[in-house]
Design a binder for this molecule. Structure first.
Ligand code: SIN
Length: 527
């Protein structure tokens, strides 16, 4: 059994930025289920949105965020996040992130969909990688931080306070190498494990994005909010060998035009901002075109841009396209939408505190109220910075629940599984049904079908889970099935179309928008 002050689950921007600050006041253990740089931060291309340009203002950034969030953003959260943005970009620079600059030395700011100003600080199209490297270097050098890689959290260690409040006091952690499940006892646990794009067949997310922390928090009794607002990025590279590769919105920010196969710039008729309309609008328009036409992709045309500028501004995308035989300086890039970002998540307050005592959540797995019904591009890295900082600032106010004893993990009568095929089959089934029935365009019938199927699959997984020794694959499957259930259930509860949630049977908006909050206390089994 290991003890620490802060147990952080996840090693992306939110977890590392939190750890750097928390480590000045006590020991921090970061648990990450693969290598430390395998998460979504490393593949983030866009950048950090903040009021940094000469013509920009907080009011403008706030207004864009609220407009794109379609009535469900928490305005106080939007304001505090926006107000703190420039400070954290400067801090990243101090920590070694070399943001792109113009000829006069000022930050070169990119433009993305839904923004009315250029305000995205970036490192060409490799922003996340640069941030990840800089923070990992700092964290590795900090004497108070220990990183435990290739270790996956199984479940949170829970207790009840004398007044019957749920409290978190650590986690069970499975070491991939040994298969052993250990106990880590902590004063508080910070969930920073990213998103859940792997719930869908097509996604921009890396393989580790299986919603583990959202599923664990739900099982521990935390409130989960707004899971129906799953953001689909309009432009993933459509190529059989281009697994999960994103074509950044920053390309459309530099004038890229979306075209159908016959060359029609179809977004011009859909939205006044054309190809730079908010993501929900663009993804839906592409989805409708592909459904109607039967075509396999639409195309992003970047041929207007100076070829030298293409290579300088988008080196990563240019290189990947070239490897696949597409020269974006001369050819259109084939693109399709894919699952990209969970706008909902573990319901937290303005300090990252969940509804369970001593359980905090920051980054993509948290729902702070910043994004509302649709996230504005590049507001996610901003949110991760601001909330990691705010969560680290209240640790002294948290009263730990000190356990007298902590039971070791109980494997019961579980035996080694010899049916890996069951895991693969269920995994494929979930991803397919989510894509087909709970995707960009939904209907009551599709959601009901999805509900029936996911419950059957979850029953099978539950049986398998208790019969077989726990493996990382089985844990991920169990988590992904639960997250799918949460998305379906949230989507069924929202009887309107708003932002990222579009239901053909409820095309209008209700007059008073409400969050969708789900917890195990509502009834469904936690497994
Ligand atoms: C992109 O580069 O298009 C992604 C940015 C984001 O999702 O915020």
């Amino acid at each position: 059994m290991e003890t620490t002050r802060s147990l952080v689950i996840g090693s992306g921007l939110a977890g590392l930025y939190f750890a750097l600050q928390a480590a000045d006041h006590g020991p921090v253990l970061i648990v990450t289920k693969a290598s430390p740089a395998d998460g979504s931060t490393s593949v983030a291309q866009g950048g950090v949105a903040a009021n940094l340009g000469p013509d920009d203002s907080d009011e403008s950034h706030v207004a864009d965020t609220l407009r794109v969030g379609v009535g469900l953003c928490r305005e106080d959260i939007v304001r505090l996040t926006v107000a703190n943005g420039p400070r954290h970009v400067r801090r990243l620079i101090e920590l070694g992130v070399d943001f792109a600059r113009g000829a006069d030395g000022s930050l070169d700011l990119g433009r993305e969909g839904g923004h009315s100003e250029r305000r995205v600080a970036h490192v060409a199209d490799l922003t996340g990688q640069a941030i990840q490297q800089a923070l990992l270097a700092r964290v590795s050098a900090h004497p108070n931080v220990r990183m435990l890689a290739n270790a996956i959290a199984v479940d949170l260690l829970m207790s009840r306070t004398p007044d019957d409040e749920r409290a978190c006091m650590g986690a069970y952690i499975l070491d991939r190498a040994t298969g052993h499940i250990d106990r880590v006892v902590a004063d508080h646990v910070v969930l920073a494990a990213g998103g859940a794009g792997q719930v869908y067949r097509y996604t921009s997310n890396p393989g580790v994005s299986t919603g583990d922390s959202i599923a664990m928090a739900y099982r521990a009794g935390a409130e989960i909010a707004n899971m129906e607002f799953l953001q689909f990025h309009p432009t993933l590279l459509a190529h059989p060998y281009a697994k999960s590769f994103l074509i950044s919105e920053a390309l459309r920010g530099e004038g890229g035009e979306l075209r159908t196969a016959n060359g029609t710039a179809f977004m011009k008729d859909v939205h006044p901002r054309g190809s730079l309309a908010p993501r929900d609008v663009v993804a839906r328009a592409i989805d409708m075109h592909l459904t109607r036409s039967g075509e396999e992709s639409v195309f992003l045309d970047m041929t207007h841009l100076d070829p030298v500028e293409v290579v300088e501004r988008f080196p990563g995308i240019h290189r990947r396209c070239l490897e696949l035989g597409i020269d974006m300086r001369e050819q259109w890039i084939p693109v399709v939408p894919g699952a990209h970002y969970v706008c909902g998540g573990i319901n937290v307050d303005s300090r990252g505190r969940s509804s369970v005592r001593n359980l905090l959540a920051i980054g993509e797995n948290a729902c702070t109220g910043l994004h509302g019904a649709c996230r504005l591009a590049s507001n996610s890295l901003l949110e991760a910075l601001v909330f990691a900082d705010r969560a680290a600032g209240i640790l002294d106010e948290l009263t730990p629940v000190k356990p007298t004893t902590v039971d070791p993990w109980e494997p019961g009568n579980a035996v080694d599984s010899d049916e890996a095929v069951v895991i693969r089959q269920n995994w494929e089934e979930i991803r397919g049904l989510m894509w087909n029935y709970v995707g960009i365009v939904r209907s009551d019938r599709r959601l009901e079908r999805a509900r029936r199927r996911i419950e059957l699959i979850r029953a099978e997984i539950r049986e398998y889970y208790w019969d077989c020794l726990v493996t990382p694959e089985l844990l991920e499957l169990r988590n992904i099935a639960l997250v799918a259930h949460l998305i379906i259930e949230s989507a069924r509860r929202r009887t309107e179309s708003r932002g990222l949630h579009y239901n053909l049977d409820h095309p209008g908006r209700l007059p008073s928008p409400r969050d969708t909050i789900i917890s195990i206390d509502d009834g469904p089994s936690p497994g």
